[in-house]
Design a protein around this ligand. Structure first.
Ligand SMILES: [Zn+2]
Length: 486
């Protein structure tokens, strides 16, 4: 009863403050559509290449966010740095080697590695041509400790023949196309793109020794090694025929570089007036999905819009330094698209900062109008779990030019349950009250068409003002009831 009375008193007091004309002039009016637009265009520019986790494009975005936080006088979350490494592992191909005694072959021009397991240290072994790899050849030829070279009709279904040769003791397999050498260049180009993107994981990668190691090779290598034109070589179909060929020695190696990924949350704070370290986290992921075959996914709505909002909120809140009941943490996360990795890292490593987190306001895609609306709405997520937060949103909304608050993404299960699909989940999972803001899905979601020109910046400004006021009230609120039942 006492708690409820105090709560009522504190909320009434903050509302009175937040409704004063001074509040609007001083804080709300600093949030503008033009400023939001500027941030979105910068964060969603092609030069950031879709801000994929642990890429230079993402780091460029991080540098921009840091610059904006500094400009508005925000402090680094641990008073030292704005960047929190989120502890991911990254691995990428370092060097591919394929040599004969006479030749050093060139990756992507002469050969391309198709498997994911590294080959290191390097292997020296005799290579054996096994024709088209029919059973009578494979079963009647010694492959133990050898490198098998096989002619194939396509490079797609190589795994079966590779496993067979491995079963017979071959340490690697090199495949040459029987008829069309262009197929080699096609697969080589594809793999080149793939190899240029590092892999990311939460654990250091491990590779079993028994994994198949396969290469595609240019026809010219086969001709070089066996001194016959490919047309003659593919006519050899029996073990007796292929055994007459020489078996020159080859050297192979495929080295992986494994390291801690340079993927970081950008985290800053504005201190409140207390010294109890209680804080509200305002979050948005700034990573996106990078490049796809059909272009750069610049991710303007997802989630340059949310990131721009966090930057704008940092500016609007900066004059309130030392005045609110709680500290405000501004958290731009990395790795969201890979599975909320940055948010999980932040929420699960409280030892890396001094804050006692009491609430999370998360922003993920707030720039568009979906097909079921015309204007003036926002979806909120988390309302049914946190009714007190829900009422704060409504109180805030009534203080402004009101938006329609929509609940469609609060369904308890199935596709309407968005509680697990963005960073707020990392806090909800730790029983911290959350409120997510979202403008809904659209056909450009995760495509190169999610561009800055499609965002409604005026509506976005209204939404950010609602988020500002909600955060303000949450920061002024003494406590959320779920945490006051002592
Ligand atoms: Zn997103």
């Amino acid at each position: 009863m006492r708690t409820a009375f105090l709560l009522l008193l504190s909320v009434t007091f903050c509302i009175a403050n937040a409704q004063s004309p001074r509040f609007k002039d001083k804080y709300l009016n600093s949030i503008t559509d033009s400023s939001l637009q500027k941030h979105v265009y910068i964060l969603a520019s092609d030069s950031l290449k879709g801000r994929n986790t642990a890429t230079e494009g993402e780091r460029k975005a991080a540098r921009y966010i840091v610059e904006q936080f500094k400009l508005n006088g925000l402090q680094p979350y641990n008073d030292t740095t704005y960047l929190q490494n989120i502890g991911l592992w990254s691995w990428r191909w370092n060097k591919f080697t394929l040599n004969s005694k006479q030749h050093t072959f060139e990756s992507y021009k002469d050969f391309v590695y198709l498997s994911s397991a590294p080959i290191e240290p390097l292997i020296k072994a005799a290579c054996v041509f096994i024709g088209n790899g029919n059973d009578s050849i494979i079963n009647n030829i010694d492959l133990e400790g050898k490198i098998a070279i096989v002619s194939v009709k396509n490079f797609r279904s190589w795994y079966r023949i590779a496993s067979k040769t491995k079963h017979r003791g071959a340490i690697a397999i090199l495949m040459v196309h029987q008829t069309d050498n262009n197929e080699f260049f096609k697969v080589s180009e594809k793999m080149n793109v793939l190899h240029n993107h590092p892999s990311i994981g939460t654990q250091q990668p491990t590779f079993s020794r028994s994994m198949v190691k396969a290469f595609a090779i240019n026809q010219s290598i086969t001709e070089e090694l066996f001194q016959y034109p490919i047309d003659s070589l593919i006519r050899l179909t029996t073990a007796e025929q292929v055994q007459k060929l020489p078996s020159p020695e080859l050297t192979i190696a495929c080295q992986l570089k494994v390291e801690i990924a340079d993927a970081n949350n950008v985290v800053a704070y504005i201190p409140g007036k207390g010294n109890n370290n209680e804080a509200v986290v305002i979050s948005a992921h700034y990573d996106h999905i990078g490049e796809r075959h059909n272009g750069i996914c610049v991710g303007a709505d997802d989630n340059a819009s949310g990131t721009a909002a966090v930057i704008e909120l940092a500016k609007a809140f900066s004059p309130l330094k030392g005045k609110l009941n709680k500290d405000l943490i501004f958290l731009c996360t990395s790795g969201e698209e890979k599975g909320l990795l940055g948010a999980f890292y932040f929420a699960d490593h409280p030892q890396e900062h001094r804050f006692d987190i009491r609430a999370n306001v998360n922003i993920d895609m707030i720039g568009r109008i979906d097909s079921t609306h015309k204007n003036n709405y926002i979806y909120t997520i988390g309302n049914n779990h946190y009714p007190e937060f829900d009422s704060i949103v409504h109180v805030a909304n009534n203080m402004l030019e009101p938006l329609e608050i929509q609940y469609d993404y609060n369904k308890s299960q199935g596709f309407g349950n968005f509680l697990r699909l963005s960073d707020h989940y990392a806090f909800h999972r730790n029983s911290i009250p959350v409120m997510g803001f979202f403008s809904g899905l659209h056909k450009d979601y995760h495509t190169p068409n999610d561009t800055p020109d499609k965002i409604d910046y005026q509506l976005m400004e209204q939404r950010v003002k609602l988020i500002f006021t909600t955060t303000y009230l949450a920061a002024q609120k003494t406590a959320f009831s779920s945490q006051t039942d002592e």
